[in-house]
Design a binder for this molecule. Structure first.
Ligand code: NDP
Length: 499
């Protein structure tokens, strides 16, 4: 396939080379000798860049720079000034929306319009948390022994951000914006599969006047650079987004030096569709779960639990929505781009094979997508599986691909039991016109978010995070600031001692 875009031009427009360095202390930096990790265009399988492969020494250099910036400039800076700088950054991101979106689309494979949306959301995180920076406050208490007692919220110091490959710029902003607003400094380790936009952000951060050392990026392999970062003694808080398996390793590593940890680990989120539901709206949500980012989203609702009386109606509507979707390189702005890597494609195809072996039936798609313009990339057909039961592997494991599973239920009790019978608990949705049932289920569903009659409804302002193995802690909304601050209690004697 001959791509109708030039990766070299896209890199140049975003102000980054095809062999970028780490970003440390306000500049591009790489040691004299470094090995590199190839970065592929998932739409063609071709290598278009090679990032520096950091290790413990590079991580240490970045952590020391972040620690110095924390003590010398960022924590002492008046919060209103910090907030104003973050708001300037939001504006700069919007100025550069198009080149960054093109880069993000090239790096991840996602459709260009979705990448544009991701950059806008990233900007919104910096605007929102920039506005919140000077509004952190504590409480005062009556206390038995102290005359005056109050709490203050203080930053941790150096914060590690380990981000995945599915939406790097937004997932970075989701953690970096509240961390910086609260007065921490950061070291970011992007995924080796989509590592470039965090480096571009370094330049913008410098341009708006955020001091050197406040924001640092070390690229490289998860097992080496990521592991060195989570083990670094100067890192006092870690935010990790990715798989449960790696999340557990990060938590174990943080335990060695008792760093605080926020884990966002994905899900197997259910959508419950009742007999009184707005079925077209539920079908739209079911289809969106596999279309948006080709299903590579932690909050994709990939178990559609539908009442048997509307099962066929819903299924027909979903099939209509996902049949005839256009696949292509992200930069051509199709409905669906490729999956991020050959490994991810093979994993998804294997899970589809396991589903049929266990008794599920494919009604749409089911294989590697082939055709003009998509022969070399990692494209998967949008796939709908029916006759899925909750004990099947496809209903229990996160797929991270364009695959939707449809399951039947006969009453509310059964639907709730199926929904909660999962190791995960990130998000869920209920479609019903019965107000009481909707809110009864909202109380009983074991997930960090419950959406009613539309999915997704969440945004920068609404707290997000998992129950059970979907994670620890909350991101988004003002609640996120709690994860980037520690509470100090001050107890004072102000009245004269009476002996
Ligand atoms: P991982 O959990 O392995 O990777 C997530 C991030 O962690 C990446 O930046 C990775 O770097 C880094 N990492 C890997 N090993 C370590 C380590 N020992 N210490 C610190 N950081 C580390 O996800 P995968 O890429 O392997 O994806 C596998 C599955 O995870 C997906 O199929 C999906 O189910 C799930 N996932 C969920 C996401 C979510 O948003 N919840 C996002 C991504 C994946 P590197 O990539 O360089 O190895």
């Amino acid at each position: 396939m001959s791509a109708s875009y030039q990766p070299a031009e896209i890199l140049a427009d975003a102000g980054v080379s095809d062999s970028p360095s780490h970003w440390v202390d306000g500049r591009s930096w790489v040691p004299e000798k470094t090995s590199r990790v190839d970065v592929e265009d998932p739409a063609t399988g071709r290598v278009f860049a090679a990032v520096a492969a950091g290790g413990p020494d590079e991580v240490d250099f970045a952590a020391v720079a972040a620690h110095a910036a924390y003590h010398n400039v960022w924590a002492p800076m008046p919060p209103a000034r910090r907030g104003a700088l973050l708001q300037l950054l939001a504006g700069r991101l919007l100025d550069e929306q198009e080149p960054i979106a093109r880069l993000e689309s090239l790096d991840t494979g996602k459709p260009l319009s979705q990448a544009r949306g991701d950059v806008a959301v990233a900007a919104r995180y910096f605007a929102y948390f920039g506005e919140a920076a000077d509004k952190l406050s504590g409480e005062t208490f009556w206390a038995e022994r102290a005359d005056l007692s109050y709490t203050v919220r203080e930053p941790y110091g150096v914060v590690a951000q380990i981000i995945p490959w599915n939406s790097p710029i937004t997932q970075l902003a989701r953690g970096v914006a509240p961390a910086l607003a609260a007065g921490n400094t950061v070291v970011v380790k992007p995924s080796e599969l989509a590592p470039i936009s965090p480096l571009v952000l370094g330049r913008l951060i410098r341009e708006v006047g955020i001091p050197d050392g406040v924001y640092n990026v070390i690229t490289g392999l998860g097992d080496i650079a990521g592991a060195a970062l989570t083990a670094h003694p100067l890192v006092r808080q870690i935010t990790f987004t990715g798989s449960v398996q790696t999340g557990k390793r990060v938590l174990a590593s943080s335990a060695e030096h008792l760093a605080h940890c926020t884990l966002e680990l994905g899900g197997k989120s259910p959508t419950l569709v009742f007999d009184d539901a707005d079925v077209p709206a539920a079908a739209r949500a079911a289809a969106a779960a596999l279309i948006r980012n080709a299903g590579q989203s932690c909050s994709a609702t990939t178990r559609i639990l539908v009442h048997e009386s509307v099962h066929d109606q819903l299924l027909d509507a979903v099939i209509t929505r996902v049949s005839g979707l256009k696949l292509g390189p992200g930069l051509t702005d199709p409905d669906l781009g490729p999956l991020v890597s050959e490994r991810q494609l093979n994993r998804v195809l294997q899970l589809i094979g396991t589903a049929t072996a266990e008794g599920a039936r494919i009604v749409v798609g089911g294989g590697r997508a082939e055709g003009e313009g998509i022969v070399d990339g990692y494209f998967c057909e949008p796939t709908v599986l029916v006759d899925v039961t909750n004990d099947m592997t496809v209903a229990r494991q996160e797929i991270f691909g364009p695959v939707q599973s449809v399951l039947r239920f006969s009453d509310e009790e059964e639907a709730l039991a199926m929904a909660n019978d999962s190791a995960y608990g990130l998000s869920s949705a209920v479609f019903t016109r019965d107000f009481a049932r909707a809110h009864r289920l909202a109380r009983l569903l074991q997930s960090g978010q419950v959406h009613i009659n539309e999915y997704p409804l969440d945004s920068v302002e609404t707290p997000f995070g998992g129950y059970k193995e979907s994670g620890i802690g909350r991101e988004k909304g003002l609640q996120a600031l709690a994860g980037y601050t520690q509470l100090k209690t001050v107890l004072a004697r102000v009245a004269a001692a009476s002996d």
